[in-house]
Design a protein around this ligand. Structure first.
Ligand code: MV4
Length: 480
């Protein structure tokens, strides 16, 4: 039985994991860098240990040091959160070798899914739809060019070890092929130390839809429906929702069944996410699998009523899933807006400084997952995400309306945030109608548009203020 968990992470996710642990009467240990000495995750934990200076590679990425701390404090299990060590197969293995439980899948699954080519190879025999392309690393430029011509341009060259769009290159025609392929290989070599690349047909206006899966150690695997993640900016997700407004129950079942097969293909255990592209004709294609708890997991929690961290811990405790696929259903609609300390009017530049004012909205159907309090400094060493603003409604419209209200009630001063950008998205006709794809931000957003909206609002606010002033003063009451 797990009685004590060390959370090898920081910020909102460390706090979120510890809250569930506490609800389950499990003790918590925080690790922190010198930049996070006063952070909420440190204050919340039952015990906390400083593991090094602010840079991640001298603190949160030091797997061996974290394991040593865990052993000293008699920890039973380590939860890696997302990012940092979460998809590091060696770390998971070391945790288990040290006699503790890694709250995540086996290293075997992490390794397979860490390589896009190995992932494709593993799922090949399960009849999972994949984008037309090569299923091996390409090395011979001339041969690769012939394959590209057969598939038809535009094509996409992808790095096998890549993620988040790194090492990806679009090739519009055969003339560009050689140069782009060389670039992709050298980019992949530099970024991942692995120059393996492969080719896929480029799906031009896809939606990015991912399926949450959950598996126990007894061969039971279910899916917890989809998350729509098409609203992203430079491969950084901005808004996520569940369910997607475009999936029919039939398509949802098909994608869910495909996701379960992908999980089974790598003997997956715990919570994981299978990513798909959906084209404009509603064909879906397997892209990759993320072998961690994801940032956007709360929207799935709100529509299923499950606590995904609790499920992860139960599975890690070697318990069977307490429900089957038939027991699961979608209730209502949820959105998540990632709030970053970035300036949407200045190329989303990180905006560091002190949170002079920090007052998150609260209320029924509003959830804020954050790791900051008023007066804190936003550290420059880490991801600039301040919080996740999550809203729920019986319908999509209701959840959208609550998001707009929550955005307007969110008070942050001292740093610029992406809240105004979020408002732009939630007011946009294409978003509201559900008629969007991964090109939404590129297609519709510009700093000029946001400025224009801000100015218009400022003018309206000024008019209201003037009206109030006139009402308060004698002017309106003067006889004609
Ligand atoms: C694609 C694609 C179009 N066609 N593959 C981007 C990150 C990585 N997870 C996969 N990505 C894409 N793969 C083919 N064959 C378009 C993207 C893509 C994308 C995918 C999901 C969410 C946002 C995206 C933004 C640009 C490109």
């Amino acid at each position: 039985m797990i009685k004590k968990i060390l959370v090898a992470n920081r910020g909102e996710i460390a706090l979120r994991i510890m809250k569930t642990a506490r609800n389950m009467a499990i003790k918590t240990v925080a690790v922190f860098s010198e930049a996070d000495r006063n952070a909420p995750h440190v204050k919340f934990a039952d015990e906390a240990v400083c593991i090094g200076p602010p840079p991640s590679n001298e603190s949160y990425l030091l797997g061996d040091k974290i394991i040593k701390v865990a052993k000293e404090l008699n920890v039973d299990a380590i939860h890696p959160g997302y990012g940092f060590l979460s998809e590091n197969a060696e770390f998971g293995e070391s945790v288990e070798k040290s006699g503790m439980i890694f709250i995540g899948p086996k290293s075997h699954a992490i390794r397979i899914m860490g390589s896009k080519l190995a992932a494709k190879d593993a799922v090949k025999k399960y009849d999972i739809p994949m984008v037309p392309g090569t299923d091996e690393a390409i090395t011979d430029v001339a041969a690769a060019k012939e394959i590209a011509k057969e598939i038809g341009f535009p094509i996409l060259i992808k790095a096998s070890a890549g993620g988040g769009g790194k090492g990806m290159r679009i090739v519009e025609n055969a003339n560009e092929f050689e140069e782009q392929m060389k670039r992709a290989i050298s980019e992949a070599e530099n970024a991942f130390g692995d120059g393996s690349v492969f080719i896929e047909k480029f799906v031009t206006s896809p939606r990015h839809i991912e399926i949450q899966v959950l598996a126990d150690n007894f061969g039971n695997t279910v899916h917890l429906f989809e998350r729509e993640c098409s609203i992203q900016r430079r491969h950084q997700k901005v808004v996520e929702e569940a369910p997607s407004s475009v999936l029919t129950p039939e398509l949802r079942n098909q994608m869910g069944e495909a996701a379960v097969k992908v999980a089974k293909a790598c003997d997956y255990v715990g919570a994981g996410t299978v990513e798909f592209l959906l084209d404009d004709k509603h064909n879906f294609y397997f892209l990759e699998m993320n072998t961690r708890l994801q940032v956007e997991h709360p929207v799935t929690e709100l529509i299923t009523g499950l606590d995904l961290v609790e499920q992860q811990i139960n599975v890690a405790n070697n318990e069977k899933l307490s429900f089957s696929q038939e027991d699961l259903k979608i209730t209502g609609h949820a959105f998540e807006l990632r709030v970053y300390a970035e300036d949407p009017l200045n190329n989303f530049m990180p905006s560091v400084g002190k949170l002079e004012v920090y007052r998150p909205p609260s209320g029924k159907s509003i959830r804020v997952d954050d790791g900051f309090t008023e007066g804190m400094q936003v550290p420059i060493q880490y991801d600039p995400m301040l919080s996740k603003l999550i809203t729920y409604g019986k319908t999509r419209n209701e959840a959208m309306q609550r998001m707009l209200e929550a955005i307007s009630e969110y008070d942050i001063e001292g740093v610029s945030t992406t809240l105004p950008f979020g408002k732009f998205v939630f007011e946009h006709e294409a978003f509201r109608s559900g008629n969007f794809d991964t090109n939404f931000v590129k297609k519709y957003y510009s700093e000029e548009k946001l400025k224009a909206i801000n100015e218009e609002e400022a003018q309206i606010a000024a008019l209201f203020a003037l009206k109030q002033y006139l009402k308060d003063s004698e002017i309106l009451r003067m006889p004609k």
